[in-house]
Design a protein around this ligand. Structure first.
Ligand code: RAT
Ligand code: ZN
Length: 420
């Protein structure tokens, strides 16, 4: 009897210690769409952006009769008003994405039950970006955010001319336009003075490599990244595979940074709803296997969009130390799925993975996304330590702190070669 009471007590202690330590951990958010202040012109923040997040737009089109074309014709403010009325006033905001907005409002001491957004808009009218970033990062418990920087984004690229490093942000060289949309972008490189052709001739490959090297020098990225469709294959007879093998991977080796593979998007399954119109599909992970085996000098971060691929990714991670699974991406960032994936990863990989990234597109989203992650992770971790305790190896607060530091900071820093 005593034994049972003691076990229960120790289990209770574990939950509260894990919660305390998780709250104290300053997380590095390894994939976001946030920007340092000098790139602020492309960054999103504020109430109207929060409420018109594409995750919410998708829900609007299910809850209201409005046709997408009519919605796109509205101003941002009108769109936000419509979404607020439909998803927050006429219905309780119960979904993950709507509840997130409520959590942000609460964290900022703004009304969560207002009939309209006037109070929130008044608050935002008095904020300056740099100070607001500091406050939001503190509320989210993150020390740094990793950006997504596309050198072929016409809105972003010119801003890099005058963009000093910022201690809260790391850059990432995003390759979607180069790798996935080469036919539409090779002329842009040509216009910038790179002697490329549409066909991947040896000279073109060398020039793409020079383009990547030039941007590595400007951005100092912590990794390169690409989001790939569910039919991604490697090797394959395509320009994408050739650019990947002969330009991207050598450039990653030269600058000693990993390549992040985000695989499983089915782009624009419903173009009428724009950014909200992408879907997901199961990928063939033989592509990841081939890359990890054939390029042992390269390191690969990997996040997969399909739930069905997650176990396989754990298996591959047990085979290849140059593979680092990270995050529960996009449609997977819901407590039920995060729980399943995280338990699977702990069981198969111990603490040698990166559990989550926020993917925040709007600054304040880091507040709710990290709050949710901490809430979901605490019982999972506590349960793992409880099992270990039951099996004869109790853990201390120090052990827990050490593990959390690995999961939310060190694994990233080590894998990407980022200094402490
Ligand atoms: O999660 C999202 O907002 C997606 O639209 C994408 O941005 C995705 O995360 C990506 O990086 O491609
Ligand atoms: Zn993203």
């Amino acid at each position: 009897m005593n034994q049972i009471v003691e076990d229960k007590l120790s289990k209770q202690n574990l939950v509260s210690v894990v919660e305390e330590e998780l709250n104290a951990t300053q997380i590095i958010d390894i994939h976001t769409h946030l920007y340092k202040p000098s790139l602020g012109a492309v960054g999103l923040w504020g109430i109207d952006e929060l409420v018109t997040y594409h995750y919410l737009e998708a829900e609007l089109f299910r809850s209201d009769d409005i046709a997408p074309e009519k919605y796109w014709a509205l101003s941002k403010r009108e769109q936000a008003d419509l979404i607020w009325r439909t998803l927050f006033v006429e219905n309780p905001p119960i979904s993950e994405a709507t509840r997130g907005v409520v959590a942000v409002l609460q964290a900022l001491d703004l009304p969560t039950e207002g009939r309209d957004l006037s109070e929130a808009r008044k608050f935002y009218a008095g904020q300056t970006l740099e100070a607001h970033i500091g406050k939001v990062f503190r509320l989210a418990g993150i020390s740094e955010a990793v950006m997504t920087n596309d050198p072929l984004d016409p809105a972003e690229a010119p801003l890099w001319k005058d963009s000093p490093p910022h201690n809260l942000f790391h850059a990432v060289l995003r390759l979607d336009r180069v790798l996935e949309k080469w036919p539409e972008h090779w002329q842009k490189l040509q216009a910038e003075g790179y002697r490329v052709e549409q066909n991947p001739t040896p000279a073109t490959i060398a020039e793409v490599r020079r383009f990547l090297a030039d941007w590595c020098k400007v951005m100092e990225p912590v990794y390169m990244a690409v989001s790939l469709s569910d039919d991604f294959a490697f090797p394959e007879n395509s320009i994408r595979a050739q650019l990947l093998r002969d330009a991207v991977l050598p450039a990653c080796r030269e600058f000693n940074i990993p390549l992040s593979l985000m695989i499983g998007v089915r782009r624009q399954v419903n173009p009428a709803i724009r950014l909200a119109g992408d879907g997901s599909g199961k990928a063939d992970l033989r592509a990841v296997e081939n890359l990890c085996r054939e390029f042992p000098q390269n390191r690969f971060l990997a996040s997969l969009l399909s739930r069905e691929n997650q176990h396989e990714l754990c298996v591959y991670s047990r085979k290849f130390a140059n593979l680092m699974p990270f995050g529960c991406w996009w449609f997977l960032n819901n407590p039920s799925i995060v729980e399943e994936i995280t338990r699977e990863r702990i069981e198969m990989l111990g603490m040698s993975f990166i559990p989550q990234h926020s993917d925040a597109r709007v600054l304040e989203q880091v507040i709710y996304k990290w709050r949710n992650t901490r809430r979901t992770m605490a019982p999972i971790l506590a349960n793992s330590y409880a099992l270990l305790t039951e099996d004869g190896r109790p853990v201390t607060r120090e052990h827990i702190r050490h593990d959390l530091d690995r999961l939310f900071r060190k694994n990233f820093q080590k894998f990407c070669g980022v200094a402490n």
